[in-house]
Design a binder for this molecule. Structure first.
Ligand SMILES: *Cc1c(COP(=O)(O)O)cnc(C)c1O
Length: 363
């Protein structure tokens, strides 16, 4: 018999990475950190690598312990994964596989959609309203899993904890997953996080070391949820999916957590500078609580190519199910300069995508 993948697998397109950035400072397509790992992280990594002939701790207990203390939860309420993307696949297998149902925003975070399809579950998407999750509409959809990405990717918009709590108590979904990959860049992460809700219902909160902590290349993230839910995910996980080098890098960054608050401030204020650049060039920018901004541009292909020629890679909205926009990561200071130079000679926005209300002043 000729070899064929399962029919629903054949319908899934393999992941398409963005074009490699022409320059490091101009790498604004993947929402990575603008800074490389700290000396403390590198030292921890070197020491973990020296024990590379040994399997890693399957549950990353030292890291779980440190994270549990930080979040005021029990270690049994944390599961560490090979990036939060792995945890999303585990959620799909455990709670939606074989004809289950999932509800996401439209546009969704791509991994939420793909993980649903590969386990042969059905995806319902609910359009954003003014760029924000339409929680009342999503709550009416009966599903096994509801995904809230908070702040959302690709828009950067945030729902309050009160809104998430309201959703949790009204939703017709069995499990609510709140993906907080970008929560550190929001105005008040402590107030906004859904972690205090983990015992108020069936809710799982996802966090990653890929964004503020700048460990995207190590692949490590975690999930916070009640202990029973964690146990279900442990049934389907590969025991050694998180290597010891990644565990040690994450542990070092948790122990040096305070040092990341200056970086957070820098990214938040540079996000404002990045938004101003686009607004002054006549584009409208969706107000963002993340480390990127979504810009409404009209003809995105022309603009994406123009930026590329000027050393800057941005993510075209068509690759994110939101054509007519570009998503731009908050860059380094040098990257901001590249962007400013590229914008000076950029094609004018088409009239329908100009800012409807020009911001006052021109600081
Ligand atoms: C970047 C991102 C993640 C992080 O994924 P990792 O696998 O931890 O690198 C998770 N969710 C969203 C919405 C993201 O944009």
């Amino acid at each position: 018999m000729p070899l064929q993948p399962r029919p629903w697998i054949s319908e899934v397109a393999p992941y398409q990475p963005g074009r490699p950035a022409p320059t490091g400072d101009g790498s604004l397509a993947s929402n990575e950190s603008p800074v490389a790992p700290s000396p403390a992280v590198l030292a921890a990594v070197a020491s973990a690598a020296a024990s590379g002939h040994r399997y890693p701790d399957p549950l990353a207990d030292e890291l779980r312990q440190a994270l549990a203390e930080f979040h005021h939860v029990a270690p049994e309420e944390i599961l560490v994964g090979n990036g939060s993307d792995e945890l999303i696949f585990l959620l799909a297998w455990a709670f939606a596989a074989q004809a289950g149902t999932v509800v996401c925003a439209e546009p969704p975070y791509q991994i939420d959609a793909v993980s649903t399809r590969i386990v042969n579950a059905t995806l319902t998407t609910v359009p954003l309203r003014d760029w924000v999750h339409d929680l009342p509409a999503m709550a009416t959809v009966p599903a096994d899993i509801a995904y809230l990405v908070n702040p959302h990717n690709p828009t950067g918009t945030l729902c309050s904890r009160e809104d998430v709590a309201g959703f949790l108590s009204t939703t017709r979904s069995s499990l609510v997953v709140v993906d907080e990959a970008y929560i550190d860049f929001s105005d008040d992460p402590e107030r906004n996080t859904a972690i205090p809700l983990i015992n108020a219902g069936d809710i799982a909160v996802l966090r990653t070391f890929s964004k503020l902590f700048g460990l995207a290349g190590f692949r490590i993230g975690y999930l916070v949820a009640n202990a029973e839910l964690i146990l279900a995910l442990r049934r389907v996980r590969a025991p050694f999916s998180v290597g010891r080098v990644a565990q040690s890098a994450a542990l070092a960054s948790v122990r040096h957590r305070a040092e990341y608050s200056a970086l957070r401030e820098t990214i938040v204020s540079r996000r404002a500078a990045l938004s101003r650049l686009f607004e002054r060039a006549g584009f409208s920018v969706v107000p963002s609580q993340a480390n990127f901004v979504l810009v409404r541009v009209g003809n995105e292909t022309q603009l994406v190519d123009h930026f590329f020629e000027h050393g800057v890679a941005v993510r075209p909205g068509s690759a994110l199910d939101i054509p007519g926009t570009i998503r731009v990561t908050v860059p380094t200071e040098a990257g901001l300069q590249l962007m400013a130079d590229a914008l000076r000679s950029a094609p004018e926005p088409s009239p329908s995508h100009r800012q409807s209300t020009l911001t006052s002043g021109s600081d």
